[in-house]
Design a protein around this ligand. Structure first.
Ligand code: ZN
Length: 263
């Protein structure tokens, strides 16, 4: 059966015999692997559409147990991402994160559209790129059904609203969200000398996390977090993603070191 769909290339590997295997995140079929004889060094329009960070339209043959890519066309190449090493690194990390987040063959249009928004905005962005990637990750976690609980204690359910002068709460990576003072103390006691992955977080930061989760990326267009706030957000996010998706290895070294210091 011949089908066509919008998609983003997550990665490609050569499989010998002049063919490649593409891992595509498609709007219609979710994450799929598709074999192809299209070569990215070629000069035709299909070749351009299998490069990294490209948003394209793909003509696919859908077999019973496999996909095969027959043709492709670029919708947006986001070439500016490839021209800036920081943007390139960050976009690569976000692709890896997205890959880990998505099960094979399950469409998720909201994550797909948010990823394309992320690429488009990153390509044009002048500074504070990490604010955008953190926001993308929170949105994607939410759309994958893995959002952290940020309005009430994840253990006892007590409302934790915050507001002016509200101080702080605790974020438990393992419990998947905020903890009240009492439950945090219990959890720390239960963990003993083992890593408890509980962070004391001010409501300033919690409000940022809530904002990221509940607003489209478009709202972040001219927003950049101050350095210390960004570090705090990245620290929590990396620990959360590392624990729930098992991808500590894609964290930047700075963030990794920060995490180690805090435990
Ligand atoms: Zn509680």
């Amino acid at each position: 059966m011949y089908v066509d769909t919008d998609g983003v290339v997550i990665r490609q590997v050569k499989t010998g015999d002049g063919r490649r295997m593409l891992l595509l995140f498609t709007r219609q079929y979710g994450k799929i692997s598709a074999g192809t004889s299209i070569n990215e060094r070629g000069k035709n329009k299909s070749a351009l559409a299998i490069r990294p960070f490209t948003y394209g339209h793909y003509d696919i043959f859908k077999g019973r147990n496999y996909f095969s890519l027959n043709g492709a066309e670029v919708k947006n190449s986001f070439y500016k991402i490839g021209e800036d090493v920081d943007k390139f690194m960050l976009a690569s990390q976000m692709l890896e994160f997205t890959d880990k987040l998505l099960p094979e063959g399950e469409p998720n249009e909201r994550i797909f559209d948010t990823l394309v928004d992320f690429f488009r905005m990153l390509a044009e962005r002048k500074s504070k790129h990490e604010t955008l990637s953190s926001a993308y990750q929170f949105r994607a976690l939410k759309f994958a059904g893995l959002e952290p609980q940020l309005s009430a204690c994840a253990v006892c359910g007590k409302k934790l609203q915050g507001g002016a002068g509200a101080g702080y709460a605790y974020f438990s990576v393992k419990e998947g969200g905020l903890l009240c003072e009492e439950c945090a103390a219990e959890a720390k006691k239960a963990a003993g000398s083992a890593k408890n992955l509980i962070y004391k977080v001010s409501f300033d930061i919690i409000d940022i996390l809530r904002y990221f989760m509940n607003n489209p990326l478009e709202k972040l267009k001219s927003v950049g977090l101050e350095e210390d706030k960004q570090k705090e957000v990245s620290r929590i996010l990396s620990a959360y993603i590392g624990y729930h998706l098992g991808i500590e290895d894609i964290m930047s070294k700075d963030i990794y070191n920060l995490l180690k210091e805090s435990n």
